[in-house]
Design a binder for this molecule. Structure first.
Ligand code: ADP
Length: 474
């Protein structure tokens, strides 16, 4: 299977980069090896020419005889060819047998330059051989009386260069082949890992959240897979919460609807007296009121969860408590329940919409609903430099310890019959919890069965002076 295009691109990029790097290394090392060899040859040529030139210096002129005499004394010079010329470039001695040029003019560039008084050295590497040519002037009292020319054709050193370059090239080819192979393997492996992730994403898109990617290692693919697994876990949890909510909501809505149906069927089917009929119709009315309240609360919950930008305003908690008391006094009076308050002044809170009113209303209403006749609901307001603490305490039946952790869940009711009778929907406290959280507060509950319940809400205190100070800062 071919790697996907991005992986192929990466692999080709690795190959191209390493190819360039190896090419550069090869050229660089070849150049360095040759330069080193040339330098060695130069030193060797100097070492060979210098004794010959020194042996000639002091002579008035170079002749065939004195040159041959000196050369024979020096012995084997161990070079390919040596030519000694007079000051006119005429050859006086030539070590070459085949191309001997004694008596003829030597027209080599090196000879011309040496007769001009310069030391000359040329070296080239060609066709596996190292060819070096050097020439040195022979001078007596500052006058050039001739020159010594030397040529060396070294196949042994040429072979060393050729072998070295070949070894480098062979190593590079093997290395590059290994890189190509590794790149292909790597891209196939990583494209396999990518395919695994893509398949899982496709499955998740089709609603299959149970599928988990199992991937070893600690590279980006493994991290991506781990993130994907966490995402599907969250989606799964939120989907099951949503399912649970829909099933709870439909169940809750079904109950009053069934009662309405039952009551209306009874009215239609039975011959009943007017008083009973009135009672049944009143029951239908209260069931539909309950449906309306539930629909309203569901709307509030939905709004709370999905509100993105909210209007905030500074509210005085004391005034909000008074407002809530005014609204709930009729309900409390019906059962002779006393609403009392111990309210500190200046408890300012920054509240989104009328959240604080809704929080207090639900808590005080519950305090009345789940109270005994003649009981009381007490609200206390206290503030510190940072927080406002609101306590709503009642003298009701209390909440069993095992139920305390569930009362903020949607549709949860400790005593279903009692809650329904009191017009409850099991949504009030979940709304309170959402509203407290979105106003950056906390809520706590403590209860003693048979004695009462206390809810404590802590919200950030809005310090007017501190805020104005902030506003005035440049
Ligand atoms: P409901 O609409 O049924 O009152 P809530 O979410 O407001 O729903 O309350 C959930 C349950 O918690 C209630 O059904 C009730 O059993 C219990 N509860 C809430 N407040 C109190 C309280 N002050 N005293 C006793 N029980 C309470």
């Amino acid at each position: 299977m071919l790697p996907s295009s991005s992986q192929l691109r990466n692999a080709l990029a690795y190959v191209a980069i390493t190819l360039l790097a190896l090419l550069f290394l090869n050229l660089y090392s070849a150049r360095n090896t040759r330069t080193l060899m040339f330098q060695a040859k130069y030193t060797a040529a100097q070492d060979k020419l210098q004794p010959i030139v020194s042996a000639f210096s002091g002579l008035d002129a170079l002749t065939v005889e004195n040159v041959e005499q000196v050369i024979s004394v020096l012995g084997d010079l161990n070079v390919t060819r040596v030519i000694v010329t007079d000051y006119e470039a005429r050859a006086l001695y030539d070590s070459s047998v085949g191309q001997n040029c004694v008596g003829r003019y030597v027209l080599f560039e090196e000879v011309a330059q040496a007769l001009g008084g310069n030391d000359v050295f040329y070296c080239v590497y060609d066709s596996g051989a190292l060819e070096s040519r050097a020439a040195m002037p022979v001078q007596t009292d500052g006058a050039t009386i001739g020159c010594v020319y030397m040529m060396e054709y070294d196949t042994a050193q040429g072979k060393i260069i050729a072998d070295l370059e070949r070894t480098f090239l062979r190593g590079s080819v093997i290395l590059e082949a290994a890189i190509v192979l590794a790149s292909v393997c790597f891209s196939i492996i990583s494209s396999g890992r990518m395919r695994k992730i893509l398949t899982s994403v496709r499955l998740a898109r089709e609603g299959e959240y149970n599928y988990k990617i199992r991937m070893r290692g600690a590279d980006e693919f493994s991290k991506l897979a781990a993130e994907f697994n966490k995402l599907t876990e969250r989606l799964q949890a939120s989907e099951s919460a949503q399912r649970q909510f829909i099933s709870d909501a439909s169940h809750e809505l079904k109950t009053p609807l069934a009662s309405i149906k039952l009551l209306s069927d009874s009215i239609l089917q039975n011959d009943m007296d007017t008083a009973t009929m009135r009672e049944f119709v009143a029951d239908i009315g209260s069931e539909s009121d309950r449906l309306t309240r539930m629909a309203q609360k569901l709307l509030v919950l939905n709004r709370t969860e999905h509100a993105v930008e909210l209007e905030h305003e500074v509210v005085d908690a004391e005034q909000v408590v008074s407002h809530v008391f005014r609204m709930l006094i009729p309900l409390a009076e019906r059962r002779e329940i006393h609403l009392t308050g111990d309210l500190e002044h200046g408890c300012l809170v920054l509240s989104a919409e009328d959240d604080l009113y809704q929080i207090l209303f639900n808590l005080v209403e519950n305090g009345i609903k789940y109270n005994r006749d003649g009981g009381s609901v007490h609200v206390k307001l206290r503030r510190t430099d940072d927080d406002v603490t609101i306590t709503v305490e009642d003298t009701g039946a209390g909440i069993p310890r095992e139920a305390l952790e569930h009362i903020f869940e949607r549709f949860y009711r400790v005593d279903k019959a009692r809650s329904r009778q009191a017009g409850g929907s099991g949504l009030g406290l979940s709304i309170v919890r959402e509203l407290v959280a979105r106003n950056l507060g906390t809520i706590d509950v403590s209860s003693i069965e048979g004695s009462g319940t206390r809810f404590t809400v802590v919200l950030p205190y809005f310090d007017m002076e501190r805020e104005e100070g902030h506003d005035e800062e440049p």
